[in-house]
Design a protein around this ligand. Structure first.
Ligand code: UDP
Ligand code: MG
Length: 324
């Protein structure tokens, strides 16, 4: 039996959690206080992304303490932050859907500001961190990636790394039905939004525990962002290829004429090597880049489920919006 429409919450807050036992008690205390004070029907959808620590137990206890406003989706194993958020979307019922990290880097106290913007009619509310509290290399890498993305896609997000965001349900539904295996939710949602805005939010250091992202997993995420939203790199590469081919052609003509007029030469052979190495470098880069796109297609054709659900704790059974 599904629930009647009039008991549906206005607001769903989606929180992926992977080995976050140390931070959850603090999160519960702050988050539920904020949401209770807001005075609107809400639900909090926690997704346990295959944690090996006590995260699932803590979420279960919280569900028992606040069953009316809590849902818990427990995934079978670790599928990654974005897949976990997708699982949360699929089990959410609110009109406004807010994503938040478990680690309290984005203060839950900002949620009312997001809701206020959504009340004004925006269907996508992004956030900009006032003063980002992360290690330096993360700032530098993310700024460079931001700039590159602005150039090659039509996605205009000032601060792509911040997960505290608000989406209208109408933006989330197409997102759930798009069958991309790997995706970057803030960017994909942006494509489906009609009326976007951004607000400035506070950013704090992780309240407890450690970041789940290594340099390698960040690189993967950035590659996904580039290859998932734009074919411009491929096109630029073709253009570079044309340029290099034309230059090489002129060079060959020049060398032939020189050979006829001046005679055979041996000097300058290292310069020639340098040029050849440079060209080999460009070709390898191009092959790697094509490989990135090929890899995307490869994953896509397998059509594997994005995540697998072990259990869902909810006050009454509901049908998830997508079944993968
Ligand atoms: N997370 C997840 N699955 C993962 C990695 C991370 O659900 O495989 C969650 C994590 O518990 C946190 C959020 O995603 O709630 C952001 O992760 P983290 O704070 O480690 O990332 P950072 O802030 O360092 O980018
Ligand atoms: Mg974090």
């Amino acid at each position: 039996m599904s629930e009647p429409a009039e008991t549906r919450p206005d607001i769903s807050v989606i929180i992926p959690a992977y080995n976050e036992e140390s931070v959850l008690p603090l999160l519960f205390a702050r988050l539920y206080t904020v949401m209770d004070q807001l005075g609107r029907p809400y639900e909090i959808v926690f997704v346990d992304d295959g944690s090996q620590d006590r995260t699932a137990q803590l979420l279960q206890q919280q569900f028992q303490a606040r069953p009316a406003t809590t849902r818990v989706v427990i995934l079978k194993t670790n599928f990654g932050q974005h897949a976990a958020i997708m699982a949360g979307f699929s089990h959410s019922r609110g009109q406004y859907i807010i994503t938040l990290d478990a680690d309290l880097q984005n203060p839950p106290e900002e949620i009312p500001n997001l809701v206020a913007k959504m009340d004004e009619g925006f269907d996508y509310v992004g956030t900009i961190r006032r003063k980002r509290q992360d290690v330096l290399w993360r700032h530098v890498a993310s700024r460079a990636m931001n700039r590159l993305r602005e150039k090659i896609t039509r996605i205009r997000i000032t601060d792509q790394g911040c997960m505290l965001r608000g989406y209208h349900r109408e933006v989330i539904l197409p997102l759930l039905s798009s069958r991309e295996s790997f995706t970057f939710i803030p960017a994909l949602a942006y494509l489906y939004a009609g009326n976007t805005t951004e607000i400035v939010v506070e950013h704090e250091e992780r309240a407890a525990g450690r970041s789940k992202y290594s340099l390698f997993s960040l690189i993967q995420l950035y590659f996904d962002l580039m290859t998932g939203f734009s074919a411009t790199p491929l096109r630029l590469f073709s253009l570079t290829g044309i340029g290099v081919a034309m230059a090489s052609f002129c060079f060959v003509v020049y060398l032939t004429i020189r050979r006829i007029i001046v005679g055979p030469e041996v000097e300058g052979v290292f310069t020639l090597f340098a040029i050849v190495f440079f060209l080999i470098g460009i070709s390898l880069f191009g092959m790697g880049m094509m490989g990135e796109y090929l890899g995307r297609i490869y994953h896509q054709t397998k059509q594997r489920p994005r995540y697998l659900v072990r259990t869902v704790l909810e006050p009454f059974p509901t049908t998830p919006l997508d079944h993968t």
